[in-house]
Design a protein around this ligand. Structure first.
Ligand SMILES: *Cc1c(COP(=O)(O)O)cnc(C)c1O
Length: 398
């Protein structure tokens, strides 16, 4: 027997063990797929007895089975200080349920201007129709958010780093201002995951992951999660039950498989993306690299202060050049796929035009922008592919 120790368990160890309860798995290592709608009871008395106690208990398929409970508990374990996690059929569904668990007609939401575009659509579409107003704020606002909090402000939704442009927000400063006014804070933490930014420990009330990205890690499942700080879980769960939200057990099983290697994958994504970002920074065709770990990126000082590391997604701004030249760069890449999403094992390149999705922040970029997801391929192979792409960019007449 080893001596008891206060040494904290490393993330790599935690992702391997999290959520694996013997009562749910039997002797097998991975929780199996429990598919269910009807769950049978031995008696009327037992059926009635379950009505009042339904958390992680056999009840009805919509309330989940050990396949979902195990993954939800694993995600809770990865967030120090969290109370519980609810799973959804996509990251956007998770964002919608989290917001609906907090907001009512007449309320105001403060939403970061660099939010994922579908998050903006949710705010300006469904939420607006329900009488919930949204004010966008500058991702670099920090403690200045206090000036925007009014009597109707009920929630602040952050995303750090921001989608496409990667501004790192001062989450602790925004959380402090929100707490002083009784406002609920939400964070889309998909880029960092709890391993690189433990959101609940930084004071966030509800933290959202598009598990589709790094948790799943293999580009073959849509899934989302919301993890709640103490005092916020019951309302999230009740709202999610009322909305009829249930994540498929098959998808949760695949996501749990992905989770076991997430810490190791993130380390490789980090190392490869940093190497490529630094290489891009030295190329004459590149004006700017927007990677939170590089000084060019707005909020880099906050990143250094608050994050445990970086992941594999970043953007770069080309030095002048046309849309056609950018397309020539991307279209000819051999190792980078052209497609949405990210977080899988394969590299992706995407033309991005963030100015289309900003309300209160101006952009003054030197040229068109490209977003890269760096996968698990060899970095020298990826760099050779990008070097040929930059040469095509430079050779395209403007
Ligand atoms: C992809 C993404 C989402 C949405 O996740 P889906 O599973 O695709 O619905 C939410 N937030 C961010 C930052 C994302 O990149």
């Amino acid at each position: 027997m080893s001596e008891p120790t206060d040494r904290p368990i490393d993330d790599a160890t935690r992702v391997v063990s999290a959520g694996r309860r013997k009562e749910w798995t039997g002797g097998v290592v991975n929780p199996p797929v429990w598919r269910a709608s009807t769950i049978l009871y031995d008696s009327v008395a037992e059926l009635r007895g379950r009505l009042s106690d339904t958390h992680h208990k056999w009840f009805y398929g919509r309330r989940g089975t050990p396949t979902q409970w195990s993954l939800a508990d694993a995600l809770t374990e990865l967030e120090p200080g969290a109370e519980g996690t609810f799973l959804y059929c996509s990251g956007v569904a998770a964002l919608a349920a989290a917001l609906l668990s907090v907001l009512s007609p007449g309320d105001e939401l403060l939403l970061v201007d660099s939010a994922y575009d579908p998050t903006r659509s949710l705010a300006t579409g469904l939420l607006k129709r329900m009488g919930i107003t949204t004010r966008f704020y500058d991702p670099l606002i920090g403690a200045g958010i206090a000036d925007l909090i009014g009597d109707k402000t009920r929630a602040i939704l952050m995303e750090s780093p921001g989608s496409l442009t990667f501004e790192v927000q001062d989450v602790p400063a925004i959380v402090a201002a929100a707490k002083a006014r009784g406002v609920t804070t939400l964070l889309d933490n998909t880029w960092a995951t709890p391993l690189l930014f433990p959101a609940i420990a930084h004071g966030v009330d509800l933290t959202v992951l598009a598990c589709t990205k790094y948790v799943v890690g293999h580009s073959d499942v849509m899934l989302g999660s919301v993890t709640a700080a103490p005092g916020h879980f019951a309302r999230l769960r009740d709202t999610s039950f009322q909305l009829g939200q249930v994540a498929s057990p098959d998808d949760c099983w695949l996501a749990a498989r992905g989770l076991r290697t997430m810490a190791m994958r993130l380390k490789q994504h980090e190392a490869s993306a940093l190497k490529i970002a630094r290489w891009l920074k030295r190329q004459p065709q590149v004006a700017r690299v927007l990677h939170p770990a590089l000084p060019d990126c707005p909020g880099h000082d906050v990143f250094v202060r608050d994050f445990n590391g970086s992941s594999g997604l970043f953007s770069f701004v080309l030095n002048g050049g046309s849309d056609a030249a950018r397309s020539a760069l991307i279209d000819g890449l051999d190792l980078f796929g052209i497609g949405y999403s990210w977080g899988g094992f394969e590299s992706l390149a995407l033309p991005v035009d963030p100015q289309r999705y900003r309300s209160v922040t101006e952009r003054d970029d030197a040229g068109p922008m490209v977003r890269l997801q760096i996968g698990l391929e060899d970095t020298d192979d990826l760099i050779a592919d990008l070097a040929a792409g930059l040469a095509r960019f430079a050779a395209t007449p403007t």
